[in-house]
Design a protein around this ligand. Structure first.
Ligand SMILES: [Fe+2]
Length: 391
């Protein structure tokens, strides 16, 4: 994140003697991005984080794109994706390019291992569910509507609350995910025009130090493969840390919408940015208040980006046939816009209760075989009004 935070106990000066009650030194681990030039945090372990006892190739997440047929708008119904496995194993990759992979997950179990993605940052949008996000940085309770932003290098696991259905959208990026630079001043502080600020960010709240011996598995995703490392002590043995690199939660309900007299463009909804993409939050808000305003969005031609929308809640007023957990993909090159009747139908409406997450990518996305299995084949033709059908 953009500001300094600390939890637990740390010595007054970094890289100086800091001893455990038994007289042994604590073991430092600096986690830094962009070599030593980016944000970083310094962690203090009970034991060295380097003592690997066994290495096993877990699996290569082989997710070949299976794009088929002509370029067309896509509608994927993900509501019926099977719920099983833990928060990583349950991931169903749906679309990807060289910058990111987007998919959904419906975990039913706690992770029995800890996980680190070394290829880039991750965002998990919790559409439904609650539980604990546990990391070396401490405990973070998550709930419906949270974005969990996990920097690369963070060791974590998710423990869903028992009996609570979980539904997640995930983005695995090949780089770092940050608030848009235009929301921040040169000191890294959120500016007044930003739709959210530091008070809306939830850092890890409680650091629990595990001093346990046994057999503990850490899975690392790097170079597009997952490798298991077995350690003989609990990996969450951190007694304190400080720095700017830490996982956090930000709830979509804390995104303050920017509205205007006439229709505001998608950048006002921007929440995060990453290499080759932006992420926007469409939240319940008042509609445009010019006396002649048309609240429905206008047709537009995204000639050099692919637009992905994940529909979480409410009537997404510009589209028909869309349900909760639907994903639409409007690829570059084809104009798109509201369904027939929605311009007129939107006039005079005062507010919307829609809740959706948008991801615009600057490189073309390709679908996986899992996405093709969820496709609504009629969607590309759904802009023809009923009176036109049969002509
Ligand atoms: Fe659009």
């Amino acid at each position: 994140m953009t500001y300094y935070y600390r939890l637990g106990k740390i010595p007054r000066k970094r890289h100086t003697q800091f001893r455990q009650p038994n007289g042994c030194l604590y073991h430092e681990e600096l986690i830094s991005i962009l070599g030593f030039s980016g944000v970083q945090s310094l962690l203090y372990h009970l034991r060295p984080p380097t003592q690997i006892h066994k290495i096993l190739l877990q699996r290569s997440p082989d997710i070949p794109p299976e794009e088929s047929g002509p370029l067309r708008p896509r509608h994927l119904r993900t509501a019926t994706v099977a719920a099983s496995g833990d928060a990583v194993e349950a991931r169903v990759p749906l679309m990807l390019n060289a910058d990111l992979c987007i998919g959904v997950a419906r975990p039913t179990q706690s992770m029995q291992y800890w996980y680190r993605c070394a290829d880039g940052d991750e965002v998990i949008f919790v559409h439904e569910g609650s539980g604990v996000f546990e990391s070396q940085y401490g405990i973070l309770r998550y709930k419906t509507g949270d974005y969990l932003v996990i920097p690369t290098g963070v060791l974590w696991r998710i423990i869903p609350d028992e009996g609570i259905e979980q539904r997640m959208l995930f983005i695995e990026a090949c780089g770092h995910i940050e608030p848009p630079k235009r929301y921040l001043n040169s000191y890294g502080q959120f500016l007044e025009h930003s739709p959210y600020c530091e008070r809306d960010i939830r850092p890890p709240q409680e650091l629990i130090t595990h001093d346990e011996e046994g057999e503990f598995e850490v899975r690392v995703k790097a170079r597009n493969q997952i490798t298991s490392y077995i350690y003989h002590y609990h990996p969450l043995d951190v007694v304190g840390w400080d720095g700017h690199l830490w996982p956090f939660a930000f709830n979509i309900e804390d995104f303050e919408p920017i509205t205007g007299r006439i229709h505001q463009p998608p950048p006002v909804h921007q929440t995060f940015e990453g290499p080759g993409f932006v992420l926007c939050s469409f939240v319940p808000r008042l509609f445009d208040y010019h006396p002649l305003a048309i609240p429905a969005p206008y047709n537009h031609s995204n000639v050099d980006s692919d637009e992905v929308l994940y529909y979480a809640r409410g009537n997404f007023m510009s589209r028909q046939g869309i349900e909760a957990a639907s994903i639409t993909l409007h690829p570059r090159g084809i104009p798109h816009g509201p369904h027939p009747g929605t311009y007129e139908g939107s006039i005079g409406k005062e507010r919307t209760e829609e809740l959706a997450v948008m991801i615009d990518t600057f490189r073309p996305l390709q679908l996986t075989k899992y996405a093709l299995a969820l496709e609504d084949k009629d969607y590309p033709y759904s802009w023809i009004s009923r009176s036109e059908i049969g002509k």
